[in-house]
Ligand binder design. Structure first.
Ligand SMILES: *Cc1c(COP(=O)(O)O)cnc(C)c1O
Length: 384
């Protein structure tokens, strides 16, 4: 079983507290209001000057969303957090809020596709980028430029779940005054603490494990009060990707069971990965806990239930066939809910190109809560 930090369990289970003013309710009331009245015009003026701290209008701050923000900041050991309508809302605000024309971003590791598409759009606004698939400081250093302002990382990375040397990259960035950000969605706030390793900003899609029930979209940015405030005024308030209070309430509810869900996702994911690793119809399993010596272990406590494998022979068409033969795995995008899901690594047949980073026959699994033995039996039958 993964060893979670008892302090985190306390934070998750009491996620909604601070509700003394509401008769001891275990979750905060849903402040379903777009605006907040103040006693005097002076009070209104004062609060408008600190909208990142005080609710005046829900495009800025909302009390229910604020409870989630405090909770996520505590889990990530950051000073401040801002929540967004989606993970992409959070990632977009980091890039728009901190960068300007002439700046350069270095992406490190496999990166969530839409994040890279957004970076390609930013090229039209004079912000350039490169990507390094190797996560060691030696490979990264030559790609850093005078104009590099941000190193944006994922670890474990999307799709192939490789890990990178976070402390080594942080040291390199600090020497050159470059900001570091990591998309920590795959690890969740419980299994890896990037801020404790010196990373400046953490982003999350709450739509995955934090919500945990495939019923809500949300995102978050966590970091120093100063950086989060910059992102708040330079991007968040102007772009309107606002998390609604009901969603914040759903995420607070989700956090209460996150530790327990993660323990089962981890154990069952690992059991499935080990089963697949010895299966003759499987060429390779991409799961960071199966790697003998993962690069720069950082402070990871283990992996969740999201991993991928390559079907042995027959390429993309065979992967599609195996996916279709699975009973318990829904064919769907996204991940992190109670139900198991499967998706191909490619949306169409990429052909037999040997230089492909993502194998043509890759299948990504999100291992849900159905139980390992039933899921293994399903996989065994589909691969036969
Ligand atoms: C899903 C996902 C996102 C985007 O989050 P949304 O809430 O869907 O906008 C970003 N990064 C990673 C790693 C993701 O899996």
């Amino acid at each position: 079983m993964i060893d979670l930090d008892p302090h985190d369990l306390r934070i998750c289970l009491r996620a909604g507290e601070g509700a003394d003013a509401h008769g001891g309710a275990v979750l905060p009331p849903i402040a379903q209001a777009s605006l907040f009245r103040k006693a005097t015009m002076q009070d209104l003026h004062r609060d408008l000057a600190r909208e990142h701290l005080t609710a005046t209008y829900s495009r800025g701050t909302n009390p229910t969303v604020q409870v989630l923000e405090t909770t996520l900041a505590a889990l990530e050991r950051g000073e401040a957090c801002k929540c967004f309508a989606s993970g992409m809302g959070a990632i977009g605000a980091v890039l728009f809020g901190l960068l300007k024309a002439g700046d350069h971003i270095l992406f490190v590791n496999d990166i969530y596709g839409p994040t890279l598409e957004l970076a390609r759009r930013l090229a039209d606004f004079g912000i350039s980028h490169d990507q390094c698939f190797t996560g060691s400081p030696d490979a990264i250093a030559p790609l850093l430029r005078e104009e590099t302002r941000l190193i944006f990382m994922e670890s474990p990375g999307s799709t192939r779940f490789g890990t990178i040397d976070l402390p080594g990259i942080v040291a390199l960035a600090r020497n050159r005054d470059i900001l570091t950000a990591i998309d920590n969605t795959v690890a969740t706030p419980l299994l890896q603490k990037p801020i404790a390793l010196g990373v400046d900003l953490v982003v999350h899609s709450c739509s995955k494990y934090i919500g945990g029930h495939s019923d809500a979209l949300g995102g978050a940015v966590i970091g120093s009060a100063q950086l989060v405030e910059r992102i708040f005024y330079n991007a968040y308030m102007l772009m309107g990707a606002v998390m609604p209070p009901f969603e914040a309430w759903l995420f607070l509810r989700g956090l209460m069971t996150l530790p327990t869900r993660l323990r089962q996702h981890h154990a069952d994911g690992l059991a499935l990965a080990r089963f697949l690793a010895q299966h003759p119809a499987v060429a390779r399993v991409f799961h960071p806990d199966l790697d003998a010596a993962p690069e720069g272990a950082g402070n990871r406590r283990g992996h969740s239930g999201l991993f991928a494998f390559e079907v042995a022979a027959g390429g993309f068409a065979r992967a599609v066939e195996v996916a279709n033969r699975l009973d318990l795995f829904g064919k769907a995008v996204s991940w992190g809910g109670a139900e198991s899901l499967v998706i191909t690594g490619h949306k169409r047949d990429p052909g037999a190109d040997p230089t492909l980073r993502i194998p043509a026959a890759l299948l990504r699994l999100s291992v849900g809560l159905e139980g390992a033995s039933a899921l293994i039996a399903d996989l065994d039958r589909a691969l036969a």
